[in-house]
Design a protein around this ligand. Sequence first.
Ligand code: FES
Length: 119
Amino acid sequence: MRDRTEEVRERGFTDHVLVCTNDRDSEYAACADTQCDDVYDEVTAWLRERDVFWSRVHVAETSCLGLCSADGTAVAIHPRGRWYSDVRPGDVPALLEGEFGPDADRLNVGSDAPATGSD
Ligand code: FES
């Protein structure tokens, strides 16, 4: 095992957006039954437009976040410890703007990573 925490912090990475794309063969709702792929695409597009995608903010599809709903996708943002459910593609800009600021210049909230700004 390698502890790569410092290496990642030195790169300026501050946040991780997790988008649930879990599917299940059961009677219970799963994010795969919502527009989760479109939510994921909206997240990455918003971050790319602000030039922070994978430089400052990582994005990953994930399995169940425990917020299953037929009404939208579950999204978590860490390390700030934020959890959303029922997210639809059209919700993504407001969600990310609320978390990161309109220009994605609030990227160190909830992190003990060194403040590096968004320049
Ligand atoms: S299936 Fe997405 S939160 Fe459970």
